[in-house]
Design a protein around this ligand. Sequence first.
Ligand SMILES: [Fe+2]
Length: 426
Amino acid sequence: MTTQDPGASKALLRHQLAESRLQTDAVFDIVRPDALYERPIEERHRIIFYLGHLEAFDWNMVCGTSFDLKPLHPEFERLFAFGIDPVEGNLPDDKASDWPPVEGVRRYNLQVREAVDQCLNKADLSTSDQPYVKNGLIFWIAIEHRLMHLETLSYMLHWLPLEMKRGLNRPAPDSQSGPAPRQTRVPAGQARLGAYRENGSTFGWDNEFEGHSVNVPEFAIDVYKVSNGEFLEFLQAGGYEERSLWSGDAWNWLCASGIRHPKFWLKRGTEWWYRAMFGEIPLPLSWPVYVSHAEASAYACWRQKSLPTEAEFHRAAAGQETYGNFGLRGWDPAPVHSNESARSASGVVEMVGNGWEWTSSAFSPFPGFERLPFYPGYSADFFDNKHFVLKGASPRTASRLVRPSFRNWFQPHYPYIYSGFRCIRR
Ligand SMILES: [Fe+2]
């Protein structure tokens, strides 16, 4: 991401940095002050970690790596350096009292913002005098890292008890039914994956390179994302009890967790309800179902279909020109057919927006992958066949991240995220 005019690039970076800070500040403001040490998702750090993490990351990357400044607060720069993604049930067991007082974290954050701004002011984006500053690379890393956390914070706070949140009201109940499910054919052809380093100025994370093409045979794909109503049929048919629909790992996870419905659903008497970000409403049957990879895979198996591979997703999504439901438009999804004009060339509706979509592809490096030298574990730590690729975008995905080469990934048994799916038949 660059322009020929370094001044213009710097102005764009300043603007995006300031805007992304306002956006993450607004998300933290949802948390009532006495809830900042809560842990809404047991596999993740407490909220206070993320309050320190965004700035400590910026300090470590921009001020430390590129501008070689001495540590501002060595303890914070270690404590808040990296998040966690425990596999195989090793949950964190730290206590709230293990974390520093919030006032100190907020003071630190203000100091870091000033220091990062000063680095940007004196940066020469046209040269390589300071490492990773050319074309604004390290600043884009900071901005996009913050925007990715904008979404992970959003879904994390989704699971904070309602009484610990402030701000918006619960959404209006939505009783419309979903569209009749149907599929459309995607002809055989080449899928273009990833981004090309070419002139060295294209911004992308390490896992987006190198761009390449893949031959994809013809297949048929659902025109709409799978809705809550369709998934309810799976549940009512006993899908969660049918061992043959689940992989061994997924079945063990079901048995151990006791999960018997999508995390976003809850039962009141005989009625299904939906837990939206700011309140509960009767289950909106036309909204996309948000589920884990394991649940999406079991549903696809039940319909005698499959999840698309990453390459198949690209083939089906190519040419979606109209904007979908992303870019922080709201907090909750809309009916799967509410954005009919957001169609790909193959006639598939809203593959980008209204919820990420699971693929059957394990997260793995593209040919020509090279780690980011200043953040070697960003992707490579997750090339473990225990994470799957998601594509598209959710309502809480910043517009800047919505590009065809962007790849998201999560463990298959992680039910908290804004991730839906659709099925294919080969
Ligand atoms: Fe992070």
